[in-house]
Design a protein around this ligand. Structure first.
Ligand code: AP5
Length: 215
């Protein structure tokens, strides 16, 4: 399966991508996670993208496309991939079309996580993340077993710099200005599967699996 998870920041794409990847074995490819890994490792790319990410703006299309093209050239994604947080602009969507055509491996589904602004703000302001393994938590809806500690790898949880209130507002604006038009783009291609993202993690998971036809 070749999938794209599309939707506003904090809609639960990463949470559900981990579930789907775990169940189907399809590799989870998150551009946000890839850039955060570069920042943590202090690479040249990491240094370039850090302030852009902290401000809630988008990394330039040419940089993103170069990173994704290289990732989709690896052997582990020959049988499929789940793209989370990419594409985010029309240029990126057309770039992905080009990669898919070149590889002769078209997309199967684009899952659109539909969530209103108030819920986005509440999800992001309460999110805590594991800086080591990336596992997401929430101070109310998805608490770790021990407060402040990751269940999976026992690392101390953090609040992402881009989850602070001013940045969240900008991320939402950027989503509306640059990413939301992809909903129509993929609807016209008959790839769009809308999932209401305002239920519990389990309810949303059921909606995603139903949309993908995975039992
Ligand atoms: P990225 O990491 O992709 O951020 P995002 O798209 O804004 O998505 P998030 O990770 O914030 O949210 P999510 O939808 O995965 O929600 P989650 O599952 O964590 O990108 C970060 C930055 O990198 C960008 O701003 C940009 O600078 C750069 N970047 C990345 N890709 C790029 C690209 N293609 N082009 C240009 N720049 C790019 O859930 C959120 C919270 O809600 C968690 O606390 C979770 O526990 C909780 N939650 C989840 N589901 C539920 C539920 N059903 N009920 C209750 N709580 C829930």
């Amino acid at each position: 399966m070749r999938l794209v998870f599309l939707g506003p920041p904090g809609a639960g794409k990463g949470t559900q991508a981990r579930e789907v990847a775990g169940k189907t074995g399809v590799p989870h490819v998150s551009t946000g996670d890839m850039f955060r890994a570069e920042v943590t490792a202090g690479t040249e790319l990491g240094l370039r993208v850090k302030s852009i990410m902290d401000g809630g703006d988008l990394v330039s299309d040419d940089v993103v496309l170069e990173v994704v093209r290289s990732r989709l050239g690896k052997c582990d994604v020959e049988g499929g991939y789940l793209l989370d947080g990419f594409p985010r602009t029309l240029v990126q969507a057309r770039g992905l079309d080009g990669i898919a055509a070149q590889q002769n491996r078209p997309l199967d589904h684009v899952v659109y996580f539909d969530l209103d602004d108030q819920m986005v703000i509440s999800r992001l302001s309460g999110r805590r993340s594991c800086p080591a393994c990336g596992e997401p938590y929430h101070i109310e809806s998805l608490k770790p077993r021990t407060e402040g500690i990751c269940d999976k790898c026992s690392t101390e949880l953090i609040q992402r710099d881009d989850d602070r209130p001013d940045t969240v507002k900008n991320r939402l604006d950027v989503y509306k200005q640059q990413t939301a038009e992809l909903i129509d783009y993929y609807r016209k291609k008959e790839l769009l599967r809308r999932v209401g993202a305002d239920g519990s993690v389990q309810q949303v998971r059921a909606g995603v699996f139903e949309a993908l036809g995975v039992g």
